[in-house]
Design a protein around this ligand. Structure first.
Ligand code: ZN
Length: 443
């Protein structure tokens, strides 16, 4: 089962989550029917791609845009394509804008570091590479009730009939849908959403159904706050000093082995290519995908355990940007680590949503460099990856714990939340440091 969380007004408001029931196979009871679906999909995908390109380059994404391109599809189908394309383009634009923002922040941090005169040996000036417009490679149709209707059958041979409009005027496809027992269990007593997703993979057509669930948040705004730091050595470190999960040890060993394997495969490919062999072994690695899945499972387990051990609390966690992720993943394979790091905050948000717990994102700038006692903020406070040692007050702690405490304090810190950029945050932290010094009688 996959899940999706919806935007809402505040962290203590009820939350609607959409749960998807995936992997419902469309029986090829009548091969001709699925061929008609193939034909439709081909035309649909091409049209959808045209609108994706339009919405990524020339126009702002608009779900309700009037049809523009010529196509044999009915107007209803065109509207579905436009809507899906607008969604794809919108998230592409958001991600691109976020990545650009990260790049700018990264560049600022880089220059800051240069100006401080303590450049990192590994540091390189960040560069920006413009993004390509997304290409729709997989056949995925997000259909609504205007083009595809799910209905219970008259007799009980199947669970539903799926009626889909086709390329031919007024000719509809009737496809029987048979659920597995666990699908039936998941959908029992639920009101299924009218929009359905159709996916074509190598071995056939699959249907995804979904339903909405409203979950009340039972956390009071006054509940104790747990700060969460996200990292490599410890997936999750809480402000009360507990650690959950790690990339090191077994996972890292597996990753190393996988990289070796891939390198050998690439070599073999080159060798065969030279010899003029036509059919080359694939470079995509099954074990790599398995490993990524395994990492996600480990992350899920760590986050689950963290929530289970902090019942009655609310959570503060960092708004991780790609830049911070890369910074945190400074070790080899930063990209690989970074992509997995990104799964942790997502999992925190999801766990909070389904448990009805408040989890609030806070700004991440300088959480790893700020002293949690005197607020002195400097790169020099981090003599190495796992140690924090303040150059002014001498406070020393596990670096992840120091960061988790900073994250905890940022929940409800309106002054910090109002800061527009890194520079403003740094100025605020240094001002707080000066105040701390005055209060404690430092020169
Ligand atoms: Zn200090």
């Amino acid at each position: 089962m996959k899940q999706r969380k919806r935007r809402r007004t505040g962290p203590y408001e009820p939350q609607t989550i959409t749960r998807a029931v995936t992997h419902i196979r469309l029986e090829a009871a009548n091969a001709g029917k699925l061929t008609a679906l193939d034909d439709l999909a081909q035309v649909y995908l091409a049209l959808c791609q045209q609108y994706v390109t339009l919405f990524c380059t020339e126009e702002r994404p608009n779900k309700l845009r009037a049809p523009l391109f010529a196509t044999p599809l009915s107007e209803r189908w065109q509207r579905v394509a436009i809507q899906q394309a607008a969604g794809i383009a919108r998230s592409w634009r958001t991600n691109r804008a976020q990545a650009y923002q990260d790049y700018v922040e990264n560049l600022l941090a880089y220059h800051e570091q240069q100006a401080e005169g303590a450049p990192d040996a590994e540091a390189e000036e960040p560069t920006w590479k413009e993004w390509n417009v997304p290409t729709l490679r997989q056949t995925c149709i997000q259909a609504n009730a205007n083009v595809a209707i799910l209905e219970p059958p008259q007799d009980s041979t199947f669970d539903y009939w799926l009626t889909i409009s086709t390329l031919e005027f007024r000719k509809q496809l009737l496809i029987p849908v048979k659920l597995a027992d666990y699908h039936r269990e998941a959908l029992k007593g639920k009101a299924i959403n009218s929009s359905v997703t159709l996916n074509k993979r190598g071995d056939g057509w699959w249907l995804t159904l979904s339903y909405d669930q409203v979950i009340a948040v039972h956390t009071e705004p006054s509940a104790p706050v747990v700060g969460v730091d996200v990292g490599i050595a410890n997936f999750v470190t809480t402000s009360d000093g507990r650690h959950y999960g790690t990339f090191h040890g077994k996972l890292r060993e597996r990753q190393k082995r996988d990289r070796e394997k891939r390198r050998r495969k690439a070599k073999l490919r080159k060798c065969l290519e030279k010899k003029g062999v036509k059919k080359l072994p694939s470079t995509s690695s099954k074990s790599g995908r398995r490993l990524a899945r395994h990492v996600r499972q480990e992350i899920n387990r760590a986050v689950n355990q963290c929530f289970a051990e902090h019942e009655g609390c609310q959570f503060a966690y960092e708004h991780l940007s790609v830049a911070t992720m890369k910074y945190k993943a400074r070790a080899m394979n930063a990209y690989l680590y970074a992509s997995n790091l990104g799964h942790i905050p997502k999992q925190i948000a999801w766990n909070a949503a389904k448990r009805g717990v408040a989890a609030i994102r806070v700004k991440s700038a300088y959480t790893s460099q700020e002293c949690s006692v005197c607020h002195y903020t400097a790169r020099a406070n981090r003599p190495n990856q796992q140690t924090f040692c303040c150059r002014v007050c001498g406070h020393s702690a596990h670096a992840d714990l120091n960061a988790a405490i900073n994250v905890k304090r940022r929940l409800g810190d309106e002054e910090l939340r109002a800061c527009k950029n890194r520079k403003a945050i740094k100025a605020l932290l240094l001002r707080r440091h000066q105040e701390w010094k005055k209060q404690h009688g430092w020169p």
